[in-house]
Every structure is written in C-alpha cells, then in structure tokens.
Design a protein around this ligand. Structure first.
Ligand code: SAM
Length: 273
C-alpha cells in the first residue's frame, strides 16, 4: 500500500528548482499553510504519489503563482511590491517581547515601532497581547497604506497608531514602555547581501548610513527622552553587528543582552533603561 511521503521529499526529487518552487507556492496558497511551517516541519505534509501528481498538474496549469500574502507569527499579511516582505527571523523579536510582558500587571503597555513595513511587528504584538498598544512610524506611502489594511483585516486597527513620517528627521515622539525595530541596517558597501534580497526587497528597507548603524544611533538618542525608566528596547540587528553596536550603547542602559536566532547568529539586542 502507498502510504505517501512528505511534500518536501517530492519537491527535492524535482529535477528543476523553479518547478519545485512553483508547486510549493501553489500548495501554500491552496491549503493556506505557512511557508515557514512547511520548512520547519518538513514531515508534516504527507502526500501519496497520486495526490502529488494531481497537485503538480494543477500547479502547472496556473499562470500566476506569486503569493500575495505571507504568514508571520500567527498573522496573515498582505504583501505588495515596494513593501518589505517580513522575514521568519523577525518572529524572534515577537517572542522576546511577548515573553517579557506576559506577566505584566500594567493596564496598558505602550510601544513604539520604527519602520512599519507590512505592519508585521505591531500586528503580531497587539494580536497576541491584549494590553499592548503601539505607535508605528513609516517613511513610505505604500507600506503606510498596506499596514493599515493588514491591521483592519487582523482586527487590531484600534490598537495601533500609524504615522507616516521620516523617523530620522522627527524629534518628539512621546513616552513609551518599549521601543521595537527591525530597521534598515545594511552597510551599502556590504557585498555579502544576497542577490535575491537585493532584487525583491525595497532598497529603503535595507540600507542605512554609518556602517549600517544610523537607525540604532537615532533610536538610542530618542530613548533618552522618550523611553520610561525601566523601559525596554528590542532590536533586530545584522548578523555581523554585535561588535560595532557594543561600542555605541549609551551608559543610560543598565542592562543589555544579545540574543541568537535559530542559526546561532546574534540577531537581536535587548536593552533596559
Ligand atoms: C527592514 S524593514 C522592516 C519592516 C517591518 N517592521 C518588518 O519587520 O517586516 C524597514 C522599514 O523601515 C522603513 N523606513 C526606512 N527608512 C525610514 C525612515 N527614515 N523613517 C521611517 N521608516 C523608514 C522602510 O520603508 C521599511 O518599511
């Protein structure tokens, strides 16, 4: 009897990478499964040979396989050309924040985000912790608009204040319990950046001046005034930025710690004021 095997194995056996990707995208879209889940749990999706052949036939019939949404944490987000596509690594920052505030006895936890994109961070946070309200700032019109659609579709629009503004130029933001950001952090001279990221992600979401640390510097400055004492900063950082960031952390922060992602690279910095 043919009991079937994981979809990931069928895909590996495809001689052509593009064909495998096409089938994978079709599967994700049709069955509304998370692409990350498919990668993390490759043995979860079992198909018989017959079912796989049928899937392949249908995938090949479709003209347009581009998926126009992504799963991030437990949130479904519309994506669009010109708006940064949320990355699985960033889910680590959601875990850190949710863990930090899970037993909080505050009535409301006020957050501030730099660089909204699709709204991945504020939407995932407000959807998973009722007490969190958050203000988020985005420079570009497309993500500013799309993130609001995403917030409405996820029923958290009332909890998020969306601002269209240049964070690097603005001065006064108010007073917060925490600041979070996955800012642009790539040094323009960095040649190791993957071609695919360069092609598919908007440049404004990737590059930052001062060897990539411009936004971190500005966030530390902002925190002097706009972060409550005892408040927290949660940052995603480039895999090679631990050393340079250690040098610029202001003395105002009594504690700080770098955290690794699944691949054992330092990708997050958490600071306490
Ligand atoms: C790396 S993306 C992160 C998007 C989203 N937070 C996420 O994690 O998926 C950085 C975002 O910052 C925005 N951005 C770039 N420069 C900015 C600025 N000066 N002020 C506000 N937002 C900015 C970009 O347009 C982009 O949406």
């Amino acid at each position: 009897m043919n009991k079937g095997k994981p979809l990931s194995l069928f895909l590996l056996e495809e001689p052509n990478y593009k064909q495998a990707n096409k089938i994978k995208n079709y599967f994700v879209k049709k069955f509304e499964v998370s692409k990350v889940d498919l990668e993390i749990n490759p043995t979860k999706f079992i198909l018989t040979n017959g079912k796989y052949r049928k899937l392949k036939r249908k995938a090949n019939k479709k003209k347009d396989f581009a998926i126009n949404y992504r799963w991030f944490y437990n949130v479904r987000l519309n994506i669009k050309k010109g708006v940064f596509v949320p990355q699985p690594d960033t889910e680590g920052i959601i875990d850190l924040i949710l863990q930090h505030y899970q037993n909080s006895n505050q009535n409301a936890i006020k957050g501030f985000e730099v660089g909204t994109g699709t709204g991945a961070i504020p939407i995932a946070l407000t959807k998973n912790n009722d007490k969190i309200i958050i203000r988020t700032v985005e420079k570009k019109l497309k993500p500013f608009k799309l993130s609001q659609v995403n917030a409405i579709e996820n029923d958290v629009y009332e909890k998020i204040t969306f601002c269209k503004s240049d964070f690097l130029k603005s001065k006064d933001w108010g007073n917060y319990d925490f600041i979070v950001s996955n800012p642009p952090y790539i040094d323009k001279r960095d040649k190791t950046i993957e071609k695919s990221a360069k092609k598919s992600q908007p440049a404004i979401a990737l590059y930052a001046k001062h060897s990539g640390i411009e936004f971190y510097q500005k966030i530390f400055n902002m925190a002097e005034k706009s972060l409550k004492v005892g408040g927290m900063i949660f940052l995603e950082i480039g895999y090679n930025q631990k050393q340079i960031l250690e040098k610029i952390i202001p003395a105002t922060f009594k504690n700080y710690k770098f955290y690794k992602n699944y691949n054992k690279n330092f990708r997050f910095l958490v600071l306490e004021k």
